[in-house]
Design a protein around this ligand. Structure first.
Ligand code: NAD
Length: 327
């Protein structure tokens, strides 16, 4: 079992990053040094980390700054990096792609360089890259779920930038012997996700009596996983994953956006003392997203069999917790 002594988490003030930091301390009782780097873009909520401020070292910095990253690695004796820092919203990657190239590709490259130079061939270290299932593109007509060996076929500036980062990370593993790990998770949902994302936006708009936009005919299908289940996967990969390997993490089931929205409405209506019919009228079909991937789904057999991970939170429970956190 690998136990980091001094762990650097980038993007720790974001949605998944903040859940990871809080869970590492409260759920896994991580006792080593914990350094958080975040640039505090619009997507960050640094106050999420307030309850554990005394347990962490928090630095507002940009991962594209290689020398700063090198200084942090040296100063704090970092032996493990989990890189979650990213531009993460597909719609923004279509309207303003440059920042995605900058953070997701150049930023990952900068971190890799800082790690390579600082660690000088050490094997008792880990560079863990947070990838996504979107690097595999969309499911083909057979609808077979993605695995770690699915071919890369990214189709948006976001997924292309994440795919580029993965290739760089793997190349540092092969070329320099950097002990790398990669995981590809499906769509996360849960408390404290930025309200630009589909589920928080749906909940908040419905609660405020505003229209909820649904792309195209709403039949796009996604594999949703509750964020705590993803965090458990990250923990398993970090502590027991084999260096050089990648792991796919997901629920293994797909649900159409329009069905998910009706499901959310079914849970919300009694909480808002409104009728399902009334909330359903707020669904507004809008022009489809350019290049919109029709479906994603993950086969998690490898992480289940090799690392003993499993999904613990059924949709009903996860969505209820999520809805209650936004109301
Ligand atoms: P997020 O947008 O909520 O958080 C990203 C964080 O990165 C923010 O706090 C932001 O301030 C920070 N950041 C951005 N640019 C930075 C820079 N140059 N330097 C330092 N920090 C910077 O994203 P998220 O949903 O928490 O996703 C985290 C990671 O997980 C991303 O790499 C994303 O690609 C991946 N991922 C997300 C999902 C999902 O459903 N949310 C699924 C699979 C993979």
């Amino acid at each position: 079992m690998f136990t980091p002594q001094s762990l650097l988490i980038t993007g720790g003030a974001g949605f998944i990053g903040s859940h990871l930091v809080l869970d590492l301390i409260r759920r896994y009782h991580y006792g080593g040094r914990l350094v958080i780097v975040d640039l505090e873009t619009y997507a960050a909520d640094p106050h999420r980390l307030d309850p554990v401020r005394e347990d962490i070292i928090y630095i507002n910095a940009d991962i594209t700054d290689t020398s700063k990253m090198g200084c942090i690695i040296a100063e704090y004796g970092i032996d493990t990096i989990i890189n979650l820092a990213a531009e993460s919203h597909v719609d923004r990657s279509i309207s303003t792609p440059r920042s995605f190239i900058q953070t997701n590709i150049i930023g990952t490259f900068s971190l890799l360089e800082a790690a390579r130079v600082s660690w000088k061939g050490r094997s008792d270290v880990r560079f863990y890259q947070m990838s996504t299932d979107e690097v595999f593109g969309e499911l083909d007509e057979r609808g077979l779920p993605f695995t770690e060996s699915s071919a890369y076929a990214p189709r948006s500036p976001y997924s292309s930038s994440k795919a580029s980062a993965d290739h760089l990370v793997r190349s540092y593993g092969h070329t320099y012997g950097l002990p790398i790990l990669i995981s590809h998770c499906s769509n996360n949902y849960g408390p404290y996700q930025h309200e630009e994302k589909f589920i928080p936006k749906a909940i908040l708009n419905l609660a405020a009596g505003k229209n909820v936009p649904l792309y195209g005919d709403g039949s796009h299908r996604r594999d949703w996983i509750y964020v705590s289940d993803h965090i458990h996967g990250i923990y398993q990969v970090l502590t027991t994953g084999r260096p050089g390997e990648s792991y796919a993490i997901g629920s293994g089931t797909m649900i159409e956006n329009r069905i998910l929205l009706r499901y959310i409405i079914g849970l919300l209506a009694p909480r808002l003392s409104k009728s399902i019919e009334e909330l359903t009228t707020l669904i507004t079909y809008v022009n489809d997203r350019a290049g919109h991937d029709r479906g994603y789904c993950i086969d998690s057999t490898k992480i289940q069999d090799e690392l003993g991970w499993d999904m613990m939170t059924p949709l009903q429970m996860g969505m209820s917790l999520t809805i209650d956190s936004y109301l």
